[in-house]
Design a protein around this ligand. Sequence first.
Ligand code: ADP
Length: 171
Amino acid sequence: MRITLVLGDITRQEVDAVVNAANSSLLGGGGVDGAIHRRGGPQILTECRRLRSAQLGKGLPTGQAVATTAGDLPATWVIHTVGPVHSRQEDRSGLLASCYRESLRVADELGAAVVAFPAISTGIYRWPIDDAARIAIQTICGTPTQVAEVRFVLFTPDAYTAFEKALSRHR
Ligand code: ADP
């Protein structure tokens, strides 16, 4: 599997699946989530509501992932995953790793070859970017998958640099 880094907006990526850093309600939020629903149009929210009323009555648990259509986005699917809120009292890195692992599992189920990820939990959920980048790269590299390219789409130069560093340390 190939890992690529891009500085940009995940909603513009022409890929098979984009991963959304959602919240467990699946009913929309700020950051990446807001951007995906804005640009993807109402179809994504309609499918999220359907998932909530079917198998996800209590919402999507932290660390898990589920797919919907990508609506008007240039991608085919959105894989929604819920990152943990960063805590200084409790180590939640297993949950952050689980987001990447579970998203790849769902991508494999869909047959997605190219998957774009944001830096999960590093916005509203306040995970320090260097640590988040390390967990992201280690988990993606350590997870067996049929996905051919994982593209990290970083929104700020700082995030891009952190992922570049994490990737060079890993190789
Ligand atoms: P979380 O709640 O998991 O922290 P956020 O959406 O607040 O999720 O932030 C996750 C990361 O996504 C942050 O690094 C933020 O800068 C970045 N981000 C925000 N908008 C976009 C976008 N359109 N494309 C890619 N990354 C984005």
